[in-house]
Unconditional design. Structure first.
Length: 139
């Protein structure tokens, strides 16, 4: 049975579900940072998904990137599947600005995480609902 990796659950807030992927929000208000996790067991790489799931993952990732870029007025979207710490396939979608404190480098390890409070989480989910409600089933 599929389960989201415990480290992702520790670091993130579960937001909702696309057709294939769970949408998580990194609990770090330094950056608008979201993660797609395909609902498939024992997958660590995109190529391990069947062809139909590969296409669906690409659709969901592109859709999420476009909507996040529009909603948060991104200068650049960083999209990456690293998996060096968490082996379960997950795709980071990070809204970047040329003025952010990590620019132009990666966000990992640049700043200590600043967790959202309950109101901050509600506000971010409200922002997501404004742009993703058509495709995402919210928790």
């Amino acid at each position: 049975m599929f389960q989201i990796h415990p480290q992702l659950l520790k670091d993130c807030v579960v937001v909702g579900r696309f057709k294939l992927c769970h949408l998580l929000m990194m609990n770090d208000r330094n950056f608008p940072w979201f993660i797609l996790v395909p609902d498939r067991e024992n997958i660590s790489e995109i190529y391990q998904l069947n062809k139909t799931d590969q296409v669906q993952l690409t659709r969901e990732s592109c859709y999420l990137s476009e909507k996040l870029a529009q909603r948060f007025k991104a200068d650049k979207m960083n999209v990456a599947a690293l998996g060096n710490v968490v082996p379960q396939l997950h795709i980071h979608h990070i809204v970047r600005y040329t003025s952010d404190p990590a620019w132009p480098g990666p966000v990992w390890g640049k700043l200590p995480a600043r967790p959202y409070d309950k109101q901050g989480i509600r506000l971010m989910i409200t922002k997501l609902k404004q742009v993703l409600a058509k495709e995402l089933a919210f928790h």
